[in-house]
Ligand binder design. Structure first.
Ligand code: NI
Length: 133
């Protein structure tokens, strides 16, 4: 069974986005970390059972810079945690989800997480995450 881990938000400016989530009652659960692969600053904020991942690209080179330009500040993926990344990946690919990258380390996520992104024509972008090696 997969569990919802976070909602990924694209944000153009990190500090004002953090202020907005603070006003909604969220607290910072993981301070901003620079992810060199994605060329983005990434922070986690939580309210109750809901965690948001703020993804703020640093430059046009970032893999998410184009998405931010197109969609502005917006939620853009749901991340699901699983104990069996390879198994879920296979299952979802067989069900029509398109893998758009290879499982890779996610340095901004607390712990030793690995993540992979998939695209569904029906529901857009999702992320799978595991804390298992
Ligand atoms: Ni994410």
């Amino acid at each position: 069974m997969m569990r919802v881990h976070h909602v990924g938000y694209l944000v153009k400016h990190l500090a004002p986005a953090q202020q907005a989530f603070a006003r909604l009652g969220y607290t910072e659960t993981s301070p901003a970390v620079y992810d060199p692969d994605r060329d983005a600053d990434i922070a986690f904020w939580t309210l109750g059972t809901c965690t948001v991942e703020l993804v703020c690209p640093r430059s046009e080179r970032s893999v998410v810079a184009g998405l931010l330009k197109k969609f502005k500040n917006t939620p853009y993926h749901l991340c699901y945690e699983t104990d069996d990344l390879e198994g879920e990946l296979k299952r979802l690919e067989n069900a029509g989800f398109m893998r758009i990258d290879d499982p890779a380390a996610a340095p901004a996520v607390p712990g030793e997480a690995r993540v992979v992104f998939l695209y569904s024509a029906q529901i857009g972008l999702i992320e799978l995450l595991t804390q298992r090696p």
